[in-house]
Design a protein. Structure first.
Length: 257
């Protein structure tokens, strides 16, 4: 039996400072007794499956040597104080009462721009592209790299669009985990020249126990019933089976060669 995964910390939101109006998800920066977090809301368009993806991909990223902001569960009350009085945000906060996903706010971090991508070394770029291929993440483009610079390190953010299969388990087939992945559309396609050189090492880091531990970090409250899967244990098993099949060599997202 693999060791039990430590649960994510749980904290209460004390004050909503601002909303990040990017796309339809509208994460918010909140103050808690444990510091500031960027909170992804359960009431946003993609629901809790996107929060599950954020957690699982972050855990896998750290297992292969990449940096992701620390995670915690953040509880929002329906009447939490907010500095942003936008009517749509008010409704979104009300729809997100309960446990949401917080990522530690990296104070002073700067967005990596399209012009900055050429400065990322081939090893780091290849690790990021390999992870995104595994997670079927198409939301890291040159127009929107979803990368931050903070304290001279590169940090990965915004993985809610990854693991897209989990939004519709009823239509997942045996062939689905072996689908290829469009590397040519990736923000780091030109820099990810060491994908095949690093492939065996990265896959070895993600053994069955590591994958299971990543999924176990998702609390029951953020596992969305879908396609007849309603029990948390069955949902976790479905995630594990999909990712384990996708990890089987030869990895279907690697370029030919």
């Amino acid at each position: 039996m693999p060791p039990a995964a430590a649960p994510l910390p749980r904290v209460d939101a004390r004050h909503v400072r601002a909303a990040y109006r990017r796309g339809s998800s509208w994460p918010v920066r909140v103050d808690t007794d444990a510091g500031a977090y960027v909170v992804k809301l359960r009431g946003a368009a993609q629901g809790v499956a996107a929060l599950t993806a954020e957690i699982v991909v972050a855990e896998l990223a750290e297992a292969i040597g990449l940096d992701v902001p620390a995670r915690a569960l953040v509880r929002l009350d329906g009447d939490v104080a907010t500095d942003d009085r936008h009517e749509e945000l008010r409704h979104l906060l009300a729809a997100s009462a309960g446990w949401n996903l917080g990522l530690r706010h990296l104070d002073g971090a700067t967005d990596v721009t399209a012009a900055d991508l050429a400065t990322i070394d081939a090893d780091r770029a290849s690790r990021i592209a390999w992870l995104d291929g595994l997670a079927m993440n198409v939301d890291r483009t040159a127009a929107n790299p979803n990368l931050l610079r903070w304290r001279d390190r590169l940090w990965l953010i915004d993985h809610g669009a990854a693991l897209p299969f989990a939004h519709d388990w009823a239509h997942v087939t045996e062939a689905h985990p072996r689908r290829p992945w469009p590397l040519d559309r990736h923000a780091l396609a030109a820099r990810a020249t060491r994908l095949r050189a690093l492939d065996a090492e990265l896959a070895a880091r993600l053994d069955r126990d590591v994958v299971a531990a990543a999924i176990a970090r998702v609390p029951d409250e953020l596992l969305a019933p879908s396609g007849g899967l309603t029990e948390p244990a069955r949902l976790r098993a479905a995630y594990h089976a999909f990712l384990w099949k996708r990890l089987r060599a030869p990895r279907p997202w690697l370029p030919p060669g």
